[in-house]
Design a binder for this molecule. Structure first.
Ligand SMILES: C[S@@+](CC[C@H](N)C(=O)[O-])C[C@H]1O[C@@H](n2cnc3c(N)ncnc32)[C@H](O)[C@@H]1O
Length: 435
């Protein structure tokens, strides 16, 4: 319990990585140079005029340096300026973000041994550099209702890192995620399950159909939970299920999916939409692990509480920030979505009691060897995303203010709409609960 309370805050990303691409290096020499020039100037003036005039001069310089910028900032708020998310952040104040983060709490699942991913932010940044030009060649440029840039990168990175012997995808839509998997592993067989075959979309516009893929789609569609995976794996020559990567983007209850995957013997899973509490169309791992007994992870449903005020303020800025109406059901049921466990694109939903919800988190966490949420690729002032609330997400790989790095990675070349799909994609490694 104590361990849980202490570990509820996410560790910051290794600063060494962020600093690697920081723009401060170049600027440092500039600062040093101007400092040397200033001290030289001071020495020259004192030798010529004594101390009074130089002191007055430096006093004036000091005053203008400190008051001019603040005057400019203040006066900017008086005029109409075009939309700029940086100024939104300015409203909260960069320092304020952290405390809000803490007061709302950011839920995530605890793994059995507290193990996290093998890869570091440094690996991710390196991957990002490699992935941007690949992403630019995607066949489906407008993938509305499918994955955007952040999750495409996450899936590509995980698949490339794990080097699976087989990849399974549930929920293909027009085939963008199939294409992403193919970019990561050019020769690995894919099994794709989706009620509508991606080739059907080809009639109307761009879609991707893979040549090295077994489609359980269209008339051959079978739900992931009904496939005889033993037979299917034998058919594909896979004898080691720990070498299989399963990707879910089918908007099904993730508790149901994790149980089915465990029963089949799969260990490596990625869930595309890991919705926050109070949002989304299916019960997600993040919702499941959001438990009242975690300090800071609980939610207040009182309309005049501090949390309510913070939430409603944030809702004005971020489309998917959760407000009290989304969070609290009629009996103040905040878990899942207003006390419901949603499934199948919210076509079915079931009210669950808090104790059932609590047991679900206990069960899920008893399976987890690794739980890793993909961070957003870059801060909202760089991507201009308006969808997710940055206070409810891990620190971005390219943090706000690091425009140079954002540009160097090629991210400025992408249309900003591709950054508007982040929903905390998660990679988990699972095994039977310890006895
Ligand atoms: C959000 S889309 C997937 C987007 C896709 N992965 C991409 O990157 O573009 C969800 C897909 O899940 C499919 N779907 C619905 N029910 C399903 C099920 N039970 N099993 C697998 N796929 C399902 C839908 O038809 C739809 O194509």
């Amino acid at each position: 319990m104590l361990e849980r309370m202490l570990s509820v805050r996410r560790p910051a990303h290794e600063s060494s990585v962020a600093e690697e691409g920081s723009e401060s290096e170049g600027d440092e020499s500039k600062t040093r140079k101007s400092y040397t020039n200033l001290s030289l100037l001071f020495r020259n003036l004192t030798t010529r005029f004594g101390y009074i005039w130089p002191c007055l001069l430096f006093g004036l310089l000091f005053l203008s340096l400190f008051f001019l910028p603040s005057f400019i900032t203040q006066s900017r708020t008086l005029v109409c300026t075009p939309f700029d998310p940086t100024s939104r952040l300015g409203l909260f104040g960069f320092g304020g973000m952290d405390s809000e983060f803490g007061s709302l709490g950011v839920p995530w699942c605890r793994s059995k041994q507290g193990k996290t991913s093998e890869w570091t932010s440094k690996d991710l940044l390196k991957g990002l550099e490699e992935f941007v030009p690949i992403y630019e060649t995607r066949p489906i440029k407008n993938n509305m209702y499918g994955m955007g840039f952040d999750h495409s990168f996450g899936l590509w990175f995980i698949a490339k890192w794990l080097k699976p012997q087989l990849m399974i995808e549930s929920g293909a839509f027009k085939g963008h995620s199939t294409w992403v998997l193919r970019q990561a592993m050019p020769d690995t067989r894919i099994v794709s399950l989706s009620p509508r075959h991606p080739e059907k979309y080809l009639r109307k516009g761009p879609a991707y159909v893979d040549r090295n893929c077994t489609y359980l789609a269209g008339k051959d569609f079978i739900d992931f939970g009904s496939v005889n995976w033993k037979t299917m794996m034998r058919k594909h020559g896979v004898d080691d299920l720990t070498r299989v990567l399963v990707f879910f983007d089918d908007h099904q209850n993730e508790l149901k999916r994790i149980k089915q995957a465990l029963k089949a013997g799969f260990r490596h899973l990625v869930f595309e939409d890991n919705y926050d509490t109070g949002t989304g169309d299916h019960y997600s791992l993040r919702q499941i692990c959001d438990q009242f007994y975690i300090r800071g992870g609980g939610h207040s449903c009182f309309k005049d509480s501090d949390e309510a005020r913070i939430r409603s303020k944030r809702k004005g800025f971020w489309d998917k920030a959760v407000d009290l109406d989304g969070l609290c059901g009629p009996g103040e049921e905040w878990w899942g979505v207003r006390g419901y466990m949603r499934d199948d694109f919210n076509h079915t939903n079931k009210a669950i009691s808090y104790s059932e919800h609590f047991q679900n988190s206990r069960y899920v966490e008893s399976l987890l060897d690794v739980y890793w949420e993909l961070p957003p690729v870059a801060g909202p002032s760089l991507t201009h995303q308006t969808r997710y609330d940055p206070a409810r997400a891990p620190n971005p790989l390219v943090e706000d203010g690091k425009y140079g790095l954002f540009q160097r990675l090629g991210l400025t070349r992408l249309d900003k709409s591709v950054f508007n799909g982040y929903t905390q994609m998660v990679y988990v490694q699972i095994s039977e609960p310890d006895s």
